[in-house]
Design a protein around this ligand. Sequence first.
Ligand code: FES
Ligand SMILES: [Fe+2]
Length: 476
Amino acid sequence: MAEMDLADLPVDNPLRVDNPALIPAARYYDEEFYRLECERLWPRAWQMACRLEQIPDVGDWIEYSNVGKSVIVVRTKDGVKAHQNHCRHRGVPIAGGQGNAEGASAHGNCAKSGFICPFHGWRWNMDGECTFVYGRHLFDEEVLEKDELALKPVRVETWGGCAFINHDPDAPSLRESLGPVLDRLEARGMSKLRSEWWFATVLPANWKVAMEAFMEGYHVMKTHPQLQHAQPSLYNARYGNETGGLGPLVNPNLGVRENIQEALTSMDLLGEGMAGLVHAKEIAIAKELADVELPEDPQLAMMTWYGIVCQAITDKLRARGEDVPDLPRVMQEHPVEAVEFLFPHYFLLTYFTSMSSYRIRPLGPESCLFELWSLTHYPEGEEPEPPREPVMLPFDSQDFPMIPRQDYSNIPIQQKGMHSEGFDHLRLSKDREGLISNYQRLIDGYIGGASPQRLAAANRMLGGNFDGPILDLQLE
Ligand code: FES
Ligand SMILES: [Fe+2]
């Protein structure tokens, strides 16, 4: 039976989330649950397969592989196409073929030679048509029917400077699946960003443990204490102090200049700690405005100051030739959360005009491939040569920026803790860790065979849900 049909059958999911605030720990290591995800979630979800700058020229291709399914994404004369990566003769991958083991990211250009199978040398062009069968006369013509020899197409959509693939012919479109978050990110100049760098690492943890480390800011106080120390009022306003009450967003005990200094120190730490999240060039512009004239009232002064900074970043980067968005306008008209997730495995962090982006693929129930890009704008003609593959580092490498390094220090030990005797469930904050629950229950929706329309409707609710509440996803 074809895999697509399997996903429609009823299935026993003993690890289903029944209480939205309690997530069964075994979902992060159970082999059977992992198998259900591989069979019923991944083949039906839109997956970020590559950045378009990885395939700038006609004929450029990359291999995107996840949970045993390998796809070739190729730029053709008629746009980006995707093909299943197997030879129509005896199944050998026709390009790459190492899968995603240890971050393998095969790429090349097929404009001259096409794709040539390494086993017996059959060939295809970039459109997937078979162009050569060695010793054709040795075969019965009926097994060499033209359409059957063509590479199997995979659905592909481009958005935000990336190609997304989906193995499910019946899945709603990328836009219907993810909703308005795509417009909000696009308004922030998403498709004009270029990679500054691209790192990858293998983490000894379930892919969801790694994803969920970024779904709330509630861990900042303990995991990234330097951020809270730099600007305590920001975090007290959102999470309260250790014993309770929420504080004001701007510290009324500090003067306006001291509040600005706190904000600048905080930006410095975010910039050094996470690169693209706040770019050094943006911080430099903000620093030039530390003494600008402002109203007396600290709250009003800080709002005014952020407005002036956003306008100056827009104007100065545009004057350098960068096609950045009009920040004061898009922040008003298309506000984005500090982190925006594109279910299932891609997310973006932004502050001004640059972004960090992350993609996490399972390598097994307790291992995942974690990729991290720093993205920013460049003046036309000054874009750097795009990286074609990530720089692989061990997860505890000091070469990672400080903030992911701090996150990576928790992820592998949390994975171990999941197995601890008596640890049956994770218990979530209904107000701040809702996205974790919402993600997990959307996965249950895929496993349980909910209709594509319901899955898409639930998925659309996840835009803007970072740090947010547990939602009724209407999947029952
Ligand atoms: S398996 Fe590809 S040509 Fe034989
Ligand atoms: Fe973190």
